[in-house]
Design a protein around this ligand. Structure first.
Ligand code: CU
Length: 153
């Protein structure tokens, strides 16, 4: 009797643990963090070519508010993330430092502050096969430190 109950509890525990692990294992959902030291934790993100859509979640693991140390994640068509960051800077915080008419911006999160997260989902049909993609934080002054390469396929 006692043994059965323990077995049941163990099975329930394993099921509870396995669920988030399985969700995390989806290769089309990737995560990246930014901190109070103006750094992303990854310089490259990659997803398999089989993904129909991709979800990127940005976590701000720091404590500073978005006005002081805000971060976003902006997917850029091409290698010139600097130009996207410059255009975004001029757009201001009210626009999440994104120049919405910028055709090099494929997808982006909003600007988040310490302890906050934001996700963006985009179809891989917006990516060209063999294209070159980068990502950047468009908060003023961050692009020098906060950028990386995005690979699909
Ligand atoms: Cu930033």
């Amino acid at each position: 009797m006692t043994l059965n109950r323990h077995t049941f509890h163990a099975a329930a525990l394993i099921a509870a643990l396995a669920l988030p692990l399985y969700a995390h294992a989806d290769p089309c959902k990737v995560e990246i963090s930014g901190n109070d030291q103006m750094q992303y934790d990854k310089t490259e993100l990659s997803v398999p070519a089989t993904c129909k859509e991709v979800t990127v979640t940005l976590h701000h693991t720091g404590k500073l508010p978005k006005e002081a140390m805000g971060h976003d994640w902006v997917l850029v068509d091409g290698a010139d993330y600097q130009a996207v960051a410059t255009a975004g800077m001029n757009a201001g915080l009210a626009n999440d430092y994104i120049a919405t008419a910028d055709k090099h911006v494929i997808a982006h999160t909003k600007i988040v502050g310490g302890g906050q997260s934001d996700s963006v989902t985009f179809p891989t049909s917006s990516l060209k096969k063999g294209g070159s993609y980068t990502y950047v934080c468009t908060f003023p002054g961050h692009s020098v430190m906060m950028h990386g390469v995005f690979k699909s396929g």
